[in-house]
Design a protein around this ligand. Sequence first.
Ligand SMILES: [Zn+2]
Length: 366
Amino acid sequence: MTRVFGSPESYVQGRGATAEIGDHAASLGGSALLLADGVVLDLVEADATESLESNDIDVETELFEGECSAAEIERVGELASEVDADFVIGAGGGKALDTAKAVGEDLGIGVVSMPTIASTDAPCSALSVIYSEHGEFQEYRFLDRHPDLVLVDTALVASAPTRFFTSGIGDALATWFEADATKRSDSDNVLGGRDTDAGHQLAKFCYDQLRESGVSAVDAVENDAVTPSVESVTEANTLLSGLGFESGGLAAAHAIHNGLTQLEATHEATHGEKVNVGTLSQLVLEGRSDEFVEDVVRFSLDVDLPVTLAEIGLDDPTDDQLTTVAEAACAPDETIHNEPFDVTPEAVRDAIRTADAIGERVSSRY
Ligand SMILES: [Zn+2]
């Protein structure tokens, strides 16, 4: 079996890293298009432009219109062609980054991914999630290339709302359990091959880093502070989780997340918040011990991640609703089938119900 591992060309992270972007992007060419929404542009434009120009890189800026849609990718692509950009920089959240990645692929030019929040594992991947212009999920677009550069300014990450950072922990906390299930079932990772030892161990390391530093990192971010814990957890949320999910593999947690998105009541909850409910459900589905599941629940509570369905908008879900979620999670092409046993909608529905009950019990006594 062929083992496959993929990663961005380079990764840069630190307080004030925005002001170094030109030094790290100089090999990509002499002309850049910077794509960001108005709020993000206010945060990064001055430092990024100065750094790019001091490295003889001309930069044009363009406002991101909010959705990673086919129309937006085409619009930005045309602009990048007009200014003859050698590379495109996407700054902000996952949708701006995913748009920049798709534009780079379409035009065959370089891509810099500059997340200003650490809320998901999207920045490092060779994947864009495509939405309609109204924000409905349409498809995963798998790209041929990873970003050339991922640059994370931890001062921006720490000063953003804490919920983004916590959501990133939720997304990252799933990584090890899903990669491990993929290995135990001898299934393919997201890149379409078996995992390397490196991919597997990075997923494990992601989990260890979160457990070691996650709680104090959230304390710091609540106070807009950058500490070594914030650096470690930002790296876990962004780099380790990104490499871990792509090169390690996905399993039940993300499939249950995808199922939960079927219910409109969950739409206010973030990706990472829903993934965390998926993770706890995965652990129950796998028959982990009481002690093990409760330990992950307590950690979730410590970093303020949801552990019950009510916390992600499902106050009193009916059996029909949970069956809808479970059936979507068990769709034939879903990653839940990377679990090392046969999975049925009934088993998934019962695992979700039970994980919810455990979460409620532990949080009421904790
Ligand atoms: Zn995710």
